[in-house]
Design a protein around this ligand. Structure first.
Ligand SMILES: Cc1ncc(COP(=O)(O)O)c(C=O)c1O
Length: 497
């Protein structure tokens, strides 16, 4: 008898002991929920300790260790050292908080681990349904196309890419921008988010082709200046193709005059893209909604769900009024991706034909679960609540003679600073910078900063469903105390580093 050939043992990444993995999983869920339930009791942020940094420089593991040991390392070296944006007093940049159910949804999405490039699979229908709900929430046409993306930056890139291809005087997808007979120019206010500049650079249009239009005292685009710029560019033989309107600027939450911009784009045959990264959600709060009127007329609309809808990172959305133009920008036929008429590839839509990514995660699930858990009305109330809290903070600032408001508060952003009478501007800049460090380093509150009309400002952006008014009382008290102490100690020398 010929001996049987020796069969090498086959390996898998599944656990050898499922019950041990199950125990670990339960522990992880308990830790996650404890972490969220007790968030108010912890400092918001603290510097990453040297021991953790050291551990995170360990060499590539060549052999494995138990999942429990790995989890314990994570628990020691990573888990306690987060950005802190889930905390009630985190108001830096434009950063959302997430929710417990959103985190669990992510776990289930990752458990299913589908690739939502396309195909006849449940998650695809979930994303389609979510897009339908979002269009309805934002008053956008039901037959518009769209897709969920990593965030506002990607959504702006998608919108501006479609604008470029739709308006180019050449087949730009085939020939590139070099094939365009005239240089294409885009217009946006000087307060526009830098993701638009990035998109201009990535799309081969160049940052130089972004005309930064000045703003009025309320930080809204000056439409007369915009008209002049377009006329001048036309006269110079350039090709104006797109205006980006802001529904909530990153610095102050200013909202450009969107109906006027929509009219102008219509009259001038320009693509109207709206960056509503957070401000677009104002439309679900009945009292705030009128502020973003006109947004629904955009040819493309970018917004985030991980900001003012408090969904766990990452999830944004790009909507486009013209589905064919949208698809034409991204579709690139390939035999290995044929839709076919039956079986798995026959699904209702291939999202990969509407954006940059072919492989896409199931980010729709957390949006779907969140909207079902709370209902859109509650989200509307929370958006309104954040706006009311911003107004409340403004009233606290205005009551204090040592504090000064730095910009109007149309939405959820409050920019102010410690500026007692007689304090020289440059010294005030340095003191406010010191106040900001103190707030963050003590773990008390995390605002961020910006420069407004050349002056350093403390910037509070409330995309936070956990914030209470008492948190804002504490912030003002701390700013005053820290400002007075810096003044008395003569610290915070003039001149920023
Ligand atoms: C107005 C605006 N647009 C775009 C973005 C970019 O969004 P994301 O950070 O989700 O990429 C931001 C981020 O804060 C923003 O405030």
């Amino acid at each position: 008898m010929t001996p049987k050939p020796e069969i090498p043992s086959e390996e898998t990444l599944d656990p050898q002991d499922w019950s041990e993995m199950r125990r670990l999983g339960h522990r992880m869920v308990d830790d996650a929920l404890d972490y969220l339930e007790r968030v108010r009791e912890r400092p918001i942020w603290k510097p990453v300790p040297e021991s953790a940094k050291q551990a995170l420089r360990a060499p590539l593991p060549t052999e494995g260790e138990s999942a429990t040991a790995v989890y314990d390392e994570f628990r020691r070296d990573v888990f306690p050292h987060s950005m802190g944006n889930i905390h009630p007093r985190f108001w830096g940049w434009v950063i959302g908080t997430g929710t417990p159910f959103g985190a669990l949804a992510d776990m289930m999405a990752s458990t299913m681990n589908p690739n939502i490039g396309g195909g006849d699979q449940g998650p695809n229908y979930v994303e389609l349904q979510v897009l339908g709900w979002l269009k309805e929430m934002l008053g956008y046409p039901a037959d518009a196309s769209g897709l969920l993306v990593s965030g506002g930056s990607m959504a702006n890139l998608v919108g501006i890419a479609v604008a470029r291809n739709a308006k180019a005087e050449t087949d730009v997808g085939q020939q590139g921008v070099a094939g365009a007979p005239r240089r294409m120019v885009l217009y946006a206010s000087s307060e526009t988010h830098n993701s638009v500049h990035k998109a201009m650079s990535l799309l081969g249009l160049g940052r130089d082709a972004l005309r930064e239009i000045p703003v009025d005292p309320d930080y809204r685009i000056e439409v007369a200046a915009l008209r002049r710029a377009i006329a001048e560019d036309r006269k110079a033989g350039l090709h104006p193709f797109c205006v980006v309107g802001n529904a909530g600027t990153v610095n102050t939450g200013a909202i450009d005059p969107l109906p006027e911009l929509a009219d102008l784009c219509q009259a001038e045959d320009l693509w109207f893209h709206v960056d509503g990264a957070f401000g677009a959600l104002a439309t679900i709060a009945p009292g705030v909604k009128p502020l973003v009127r006109g947004m629904e007329r955009a040819d493309s609309l970018a917004f985030d769900l991980h900001k003012w809808m408090y969904v766990n990172y990452e999830v944004g959305c790009a909507l486009v009024r013209w589905p064919e133009k949208h698809r034409a920008t991204f579709v690139s036929p390939a035999d290995y991706l044929a839709h076919l008429s039956r079986g798995l590839p026959a699904g209702p839509i291939w999202f990969s034909e509407y954006g940059v990514q072919l492989s896409r995660g199931f980010r729709a699930l957390k949006v779907w679960m969140s909207l079902k858990e709370h209902g859109v009305k509650k989200y509307g109330r929370l958006v309104a609540q954040n706006c009311e809290q911003a107004k409340y903070l403004e009233s606290l600032v205005e009551r204090e003679p040592e504090l000064a408001m730095m910009a109007p508060v149309p939405l959820n952003i409050v920019c102010f600073r410690f500026a007692p009478e007689g304090l020289e501007d440059a010294r005030a800049d340095a003191i406010n910078e010191e106040i900001l460090y103190g707030l963050q380093e003590s773990g008390t509150a995390v605002p961020s900063s910006t420069m407004l009309r050349g002056r350093f400002s403390i910037r509070v952006c409330i995309c936070n469903h956990r914030t209470r008014r008492e948190d804002l009382d504490l912030l003002v008290k701390e700013v005053l105390e820290r400002g007075r102490a810096a003044l008395a100690a003569g610290t915070a020398e003039v001149g920023r580093s």
